[in-house]
Design a protein around this ligand. Structure first.
Ligand code: AHR
Length: 493
C-alpha cells in the first residue's frame, strides 16, 4: 500500500459521522428521555446515554423520522406537556405520547454537542406546515409561529440549518407515498417556500430508499429534475444483513454501497449536465447500518403500545466489520458524500443500548463508528493498494484488505483504517508512508474475535478493541500484520 500526502480525495466533512433518532420503539422514550431513571437530569434526559453519545462525537443528528415523520404533526410536540395529545403513530403502529418534541430534542442535542438535521412531513402535509415549522424554529420573533416558540420558553431561534424534504417518499410503505413527479413538484415548491422563510438553510431531496428499489435510479433522475436548483443534497439510505449466514459475501456488501454512491453521483451529474447547471449536488447518506436481526421478533409486537422494543438488533462481531467498511466507503467518497447518519443511535438498530431503569451499554458496532468519528477528521487520502482478492455469491474481485486513510494536517496525524476480510488468514501488510517524514506509530488498535457471531450484552463486553496490534515503522515503511477477520486503526504522528 502507498499513502502519500498529495493523494488527496477531499477534506472530510465531519457530518458524515452523523446519526439518527426517530420516534420509534425505545429510541426516544427509554433511550434519550426517561424522567424516572436514576441517572436522569432535570430535563428527564439519561446522563449515561449522553455520555456514550459524547464518546462517539456525533456532529449532527437527524430527527424526528424516518417513516414516522410522514404522518407527524410537529405542533403536537411543542408547548405545555400536559396539553400534548397522544396520537396513533401510523408508521410503527404505536401510541406516541409527544412528551418529547422539537424543543426538547434541540435541548438534548446541545448536551451531546450535535446539530439537528430536521425532517418535514411531505407524506400527509406539505408547504404550509413546512414553512410554519421553519418559522417556529428559525425566525427571530414578531410573527405568529416565532412568538409561539417564545411563549413555549424558547426566546432564541434554534437556527436549524439542515432540513430533509420528507423521508423515503419512493417507498409504498410510506404514509403519503408519491410518484417521482408528484414528490419532485411538492419538494420543489416546499423547498422554495422554506428558503423564502430562511435562505440560510440547506435542503435534502429524497433519494431512493435502497439500491433494490425498482424505481432506482430513475427516481433520482426524475425528482432531481424538479428539485436540482432548490436542494443542496440528495439522500441515500441502505441497510445490509446476513440472513443467509454467508459471512464472506456479507463482508463484501460495502462494495454495493460504493456502487450505490457512484450511481447516485452519476445521476446527479447527468441532471447537472441536462440543466447546464453550475451547481454540483452533494450526497447525504442519511440512513445506513446493519438491520436484520430483529425482523422476526418485531412481527410479534402488539400494535398500539407506548415505546415497545422495536428494531432492537443485537449486533455481533461480523456486523462491526461491515460497519467499519461502510464508514470507509464514505471516506473514499468524501468529495461528494458530505453527510451521513448511522441509523440509528439509541436502542433502535443502534450502537448504544439501554435497559429501562437500568444500564446503558455499547454494541459491537459502537467501536468502528467511534474510531472513524474520532480519528477520521482531516483530509481523506486515496490509498493505492494491491490486495489479494476473492469472489463470493454476489461479488467478484473483493479485496481482502479494505482501507481508507485520513490525514489531519493541523494535528499532524495520519490514521489508517483497515479491515481484513479474510476469515481464516492473517495478512501481512506493508505501507509506504515516506511522505510522512519523521512520523512514528502512536498505536495500532484492533477489534477481533474468534467467534464472528460474538455479541456484547449489558453484563459482558465480549467484543471490544485492544491496542496490541503488531506494526513497526522503519525508513518510511510500515510493516504490519492484520489478524484474520479484523478491524484495525493504525495511528501515526
Ligand atoms: O431507520 C428505520 C427506518 O428505516 C426509517 O424509519 C425509514 O426511513 C427506513 O426505512
Amino acid at each position: 500500500m502507498i499513502i502519500d500526502k498529495e493523494f488527496r480525495i477531499s477534506e472530510v466533512d465531519e457530518r458524515i459521522y452523523g446519526s439518527f433518532i426517530e420516534h420509534l420503539g425505545r429510541a426516544v422514550y427509554g433511550g434519550v428521555f426517561e424522567p424516572d431513571h436514576p441517572d436522569a437530569d432535570e430535563n428527564g434526559f439519561r446522563k449515561d446515554v449522553i455520555k456514550l453519545v459524547q464518546e462517539l462525537q456525533v456532529p449532527i443528528i437527524r430527527y424526528p423520522g424516518g417513516n414516522m415523520v410522514s404522518a407527524y404533526d410537529w405542533e403536537d410536540g411543542v408547548g405545555p406537556r400536559d396539553k400534548r395529545p397522544k396520537r396513533l403513530e401510523l408508521a410503527w403502529r404505536t401510541v406516541e405520547t409527544n412528551q418529547m418534541g422539537t424543543n426538547e430534542f434541540v435541548d438534548w442535542s446541545k448536551q451531546v454537542n450535535a446539530d439537528v438535521m430536521m425532517a418535514v412531513n411531505l407524506g400527509t402535509r406539505g408547504i404550509d406546515d413546512a414553512r410554519n415549522y421553519l418559522e417556529y424554529c428559525n425566525h427571530s420573533g414578531g410573527t405568529y409561529y416565532s412568538d409561539l416558540r417564545k411563549k413555549h420558553g424558547y426566546e432564541n431561534p434554534h437556527n436549524i440549518k439542515t432540513w430533509c424534504l420528507g423521508n423515503e417518499m419512493d417507498g409504498p410503505w410510506q404514509v403519503g407515498h408519491k410518484t417521482a413527479d408528484e414528490y419532485g413538484r411538492l419538494a420543489l415548491e416546499t423547498g422554495k417556500a422554506m428558503k423564502l422563510v430562511d435562505p440560510s438553510i440547506e435542503l435534502v431531496s429524497c433519494g431512493s430508499s435502497h439500491t433494490k428499489m425498482p424505481t432506482f435510479p430513475e427516481w433520482e433522475a426524475t425528482t432531481l429534475d424538479h428539485t436540482y436548483e432548490v436542494a443542496d443534497y440528495v439522500s441515500l439510505h441502505q441497510y445490509y444483513g446476513n440472513p443467509e449466514n454467508d459471512t464472506a459475501n456479507y463482508l463484501a456488501k460495502s462494495m454495493d454501497m460504493d456502487h450505490f454512491i457512484k450511481t447516485v453521483i452519476s445521476t446527479c451529474d447527468y441532471i447537472k449536465a441536462k440543466k447546464r447547471s453550475k451547481k454540483t449536488m452533494n450526497l447525504s447518506f442519511d440512513e445506513w447500518n446493519v438491520w436484520y436481526h430483529s425482523h422476526q421478533q418485531d412481527q410479534e409486537i402488539d400494535p398500539w403500545s407506548v415505546a415497545p422494543p422495536q428494531l432492537e438488533d443485537v449486533y455481533n462481531f461480523e456486523d462491526a466489520l461491515l460497519v467499519g467498511s461502510m464508514l470507509m466507503s464514505f471516506l473514499r467518497h468524501a468529495d461528494r458524500v458530505k453527510m451521513a447518519c448511522m441509523a440509528q443511535l439509541v436502542n433502535v438498530i443502534a450502537p448504544i443500548m439501554t435497559e429501562n431503569g437500568g444500564k446503558a451499554w455499547k454494541q459491537t458496532i459502537f467501536y468502528p463508528y467511534m474510531h472513524v468519528s474520532v480519528f477520521g477528521r482531516g483530509v481523506s487520502l486515496q490509498p493505492v493498494i494491491s490486495s489479494p482478492k476473492y469472489d463470493s455469491k454476489e461479488f467478484t474481485d473483493i479485496p481482502y484488505i479494505d482501507s481508507a486513510v485520513v490525514y489531519n494536517e493541523e494535528k499532524e496525524e495520519l490514521n489508517v483504517f483497515l479491515v481484513n476480510r479474510h476469515l481464516t488468514d492473517n495478512i501481512d501488510l506493508s505501507i509506504d508512508v515516506r511522505s510522512f517524514v519523521e512520523y512514528q506509530i502512536v498505536e495500532h488498535i484492533v477489534l477481533e474475535h474468534d467467534d464472528m457471531k460474538a455479541t456484547n450484552t449489558v453484563v459482558e463486553e465480549k467484543v471490544k478493541p485492544h491496542t496490541k496490534g503488531s506494526s513497526i515503522l522503519k525508513d518510511g515503511m510500515l510493516e504490519g500484520r492484520l489478524s484474520k477477520a479484523s478491524w484495525n486503526v493504525i495511528r501515526l504522528k
